[in-house]
Design a protein around this ligand. Structure first.
Ligand code: UDP
Ligand code: MN
Length: 257
């Protein structure tokens, strides 16, 4: 039996939601073995769209929801990095996971945060399963560069080869680390904080687990390999749909897209 990897995915409604969650993320996770998928909708209810796609997977999964209040969402006039995204949802996933493991008296496995629009190589999950406490690896297309990666010296993380704020204790994207469930349970207060700006959520969480960068175990061939890509799916162009909607027509009426 292989140890489980609990994967927390925040997700919100948009035209690309189903195709991202299904064809990119769920298909990858179903090939990966040993995954328990925790999907947390940014919504005041569980949608049938997400319930349907989850029920079609062969994965053990948990379907949760928690809405981000309007005042915590980025407003159209605010700049791109104004507010962090997915914070309440990741914390809700953590709450469920800790409760579940406590009730089962179980501390086996790993935790990884997989946003719903990234690209994941299957080898990433094998790397995660070699972690003792906390692992770290390169992430492509994050922080405005081709690849952000840890800087190693004698096999230890001593800094970050990144362009955006390299002095952070953890200059790593959400997709660039995973931790053991044991560590998560040893630090029951560790979580994300909405008051931390985007780009500082990771540092806040990893520090709250009592970690320093030198504690991070380098994965993906000593951080020389890219196994995850911080992609962003292009929004489809729906200008004519909007015009149709104004005259009472809707091309996806009665259909799930
Ligand atoms: N997300 C969310 N609610 C929002 C915006 C984003 O739950 O209002 C989720 C989204 O589905 C993704 C994660 O939070 O899993 C990060 O968001 P996104 O990919 O848009 O941000 P990025 O870090 O790529 O800029
Ligand atoms: Mn993203």
């Amino acid at each position: 039996r292989i140890p489980p990897i609990y994967i927390i995915t925040p997700t919100y409604a948009r035209p690309n939601q189903k195709v991202d969650l299904t064809t990119r993320l769920s298909h990858a996770l179903q090939l990966a073995r040993g995954i328990h998928w925790i999907v947390v909708e940014d919504s005041d209810h569980k949608t049938t769209l997400v319930a349907n796609l989850l029920s079609r997977t062969s994965l053990p999964y948990t379907h949760l929801h928690i809405p981000t209040p309007d005042h915590m969402k980025r407003q159209p006039h605010e700049e791109f990095g104004a507010k962090p995204r997915g914070v309440l949802q990741r914390n809700e996933g953590l709450r469920w996971l800790r409760e579940e493991l406590l009730s089962r008296n179980n501390r086996d496995g790993f935790l990884y945060f997989a946003d719903d629009d990234n690209g994941y190589d299957l080898e990433l999950f094998d790397e995660i399963r070699t972690i003792k406490n906390a692992g770290v690896w390169p992430v492509a297309f994050a922080g405005g560069v081709m690849v952000e990666k840890p800087l190693l010296k004698n096999g230890k993380v001593v800094g970050w080869d990144v362009a955006f704020e390299p002095k952070r204790e953890f200059a790593v994207d959400m997709a660039g680390f995973a931790v053991s469930v044991k560590l998560l349970m040893d630090r029951p207060e560790a979580r994300f904080d909405f008051d931390q700006p985007p780009g500082h959520q990771e540092t806040y969480f990893l520090k709250s687990l009592g970690l320093k960068k030198r504690n991070m175990e380098p994965k993906a061939k000593n951080c020389t390999q890219v196994l995850v890509w911080h992609t962003k799916t292009k929004e489809p162009i729906l200008i004519l749909e909007k015009i149709l909607n104004q005259i009472g027509k809707q091309t996806d009426k009665g259909m799930e897209v």
